[in-house]
Design a protein around this ligand. Structure first.
Ligand code: SAH
Length: 252
C-alpha cells in the first residue's frame, strides 16, 4: 500500500497523528526533500529505506514504488497533498498498475501562514471567499489573475513570491492600492519570517524572499471589528436557539 501523507507545513508537530502512526509503520519512505522538514524522518522506523524525491524523476519514483509494492510505502508531501502536490500523475500510474493507495490529509501551509498572521481568512461581511492560486510564468494557469482579483476576496498565492512585482502590478488594477498584503516565509519553521504592507510598498519591503513563501492579499489582514453570527446571541442555529430570535436559518 502506498500512503500519500500530508507532512504539514514544516513544524514536525504539525504532522497529524494518523500520518505519524502510518509513517512509523512503513518500511519505505519517499519524501519531498525540497520542502518536507527532514526532522519528520525521525518518526520513521530506523530500518526504513528512505528516498528523497526532489532528486528523482517521476519514473524513478515509480520504480521504487514498484520494487516495494508488497510493502507499506509512505510518500510524504509538504502541507496537504491536494494543493499543488503533483499527486495526480502518481495516482494515474498507481491506478494503471493496480497498486493500492490511500491519501492522508495534512495541515497545508496556507493554514500555518494564517495562524502566523493571527487572522481568519473568511471575515464576516468583508469576504466569505478564499481564492487559492499561483502566478503562471513557467507553468500554465488557466485562470487569469486579473479576473480573479476582481472579486476583492481573500487571495492566497502559492509558488509565486519570485514574481511579486508582476503580481502586485496586476492586483492594483482591481484591488485598491492600500489593500493589505503579507508574505509569510517558511510558516511554522524556526526561521519563519512575515513581511506585511500594502500593494504600494510590499515589493520594497519584501526584499529578496524568493521561495517557500505564501502571498496573502485582502482586507482580512486588517484588524476588523466584525462578528460572525455563530456566537451572536440574537442568532439561532442548529445547536443553539436564540432567546432573541425565532429564526429558522439553520446555516452550518
Ligand atoms: N501542498 C503544499 C504546497 C506545495 S507547493 C501545502 O499544502 O502547503 C509549494 C509551495 O507551497 C511553496 O512554493 C510555497 O508557496 C508554499 N509553502 C509550502 N510550505 C510553506 C511554508 N512552510 N511557508 C510558506 N509557504 C510554504
Amino acid at each position: 500500500m502506498v500512503y500519500f501523507i500530508g507532512a504539514g507545513p514544516g513544524d514536525p508537530e504539525l504532522l497529524t497523528l494518523k500520518g505519524y502512526k502510518i509513517l512509523k509503520s512503513c518500511q519505505v519512505v519517499i519524501y519531498a526533500g525540497s520542502l518536507v522538514n527532514p526532522e519528520i524522518l525521525n518518526f520513521a522506523d530506523k530500518n526504513a529505506k528512505v528516498y528523497d524525491s526532489s532528486k528523482m524523476t517521476l519514473e524513478e519514483i515509480l520504480e521504487v514504488i514498484r520494487r516495494y509494492k508488497d510493502k507499506d510505502i509512505a510518500r510524504l508531501h509538504t502541507g496537504d497533498p491536494s494543493l499543488f502536490g503533483a499527486i495526480n500523475e502518481q495516482i494515474e500510474l498507481l491506478e494503471k498498475e493496480g497498486i493500492p493507495y490511500k491519501i492522508i490529509p495534512g495541515v497545508s501551509s496556507i493554514f500555518a501562514g494564517a495562524a502566523s498572521l493571527k487572522r481568519e481568512l473568511t471575515v464576516p461581511s468583508i469576504t466569505q471567499t478564499v481564492i487559492i492560486t499561483r502566478y503562471g510564468k513557467r507553468t500554465y494557469v488557466p485562470e487569469e489573475l486579473e479576473k480573479l482579483s476582481k472579486h476583492n476576496a481573500t487571495l492566497v498565492l502559492f509558488l509565486s513570491v519570485k514574481y511579486l512585482k508582476e503580481i502586485v502590478d496586476i492586483l492594483k488594477r482591481n484591488y485598491p492600492s492600500n489593500t493589505p498584503i503579507s508574505i509569510v516565509y517558511k510558516a511554522s519553521w524556526k526561521d519563519e519570517n512575515v513581511v506585511s504592507g500594502t500593494l504600494e510598498d510590499i515589493v520594497e519591503k519584501a526584499g529578496n524572499i524568493e521561495s517557500t513563501a505564501l502571498i496573502y492579499v485582502g482586507r482580512f489582514l486588517e484588524v476588523i471589528k466584525t462578528r460572525s453570527k455563530l456566537y451572536d446571541k440574537t442568532f439561532s442555529h442548529m445547536y443553539r436557539r436564540s432567546e432573541y430570535e425565532d429564526s429558522n436559518s439553520f446555516d452550518n
